[in-house]
Design a protein around this ligand. Structure first.
Ligand code: CO
Length: 134
């Protein structure tokens, strides 16, 4: 059912420093910061030949990233995002297998302008999984 790895998201305590490290030390193609107020994050996308890295930094009060950074002050892998063709069919199938979908269960529009859902990390070996319809 799942397709390509769309991105790996990394929460970072210093967005400018992390961007510069990917640009300079790792020689990657690093985009400009984008504020995503609906998701409480500022995002920087890094294009790799086979996938993307998404650097996440808290935006505004009650950012979902802030708690993660409080527990992981030097940053860390926050989620992985897999592509699906039909997000509603994927959700229904996953719920039938007992997996929990976070929030209302209805897809939201994600950082790439496409519908996304998140699956409970306790159901996936401690990994927060994002599904994106492509
Ligand atoms: Co993501």
């Amino acid at each position: 059912m799942i397709g390509r790895l769309n991105h790996v998201a990394i929460a970072v305590p210093d967005l400018e420093a992390a961007s510069e490290q990917y640009r300079t030390a790792l020689g990657a193609k690093v985009g400009a910061p984008q504020d995503e107020p609906d998701h409480g994050v500022t995002v920087v996308f890094i294009e790799l030949p086979n996938t993307k890295i998404e650097l996440l930094y808290p935006l505004g009060e009650n950012s979902p990233i802030q708690g993660f950074l409080d527990k992981n002050p030097s940053g860390g892998i926050h989620h992985v995002c897999y592509e699906v063709d039909d997000i509603i069919a994927a959700r229904d199938h996953l719920q039938q297998t007992g997996a929990r979908v976070l929030g209302t269960g209805e897809p939201k529009i994600g950082a790439h302008g496409k519908p996304v859902l998140f699956l409970h990390p306790k159901d996936f070996n401690g990994t927060l999984v994002e599904l994106e319809q492509v």
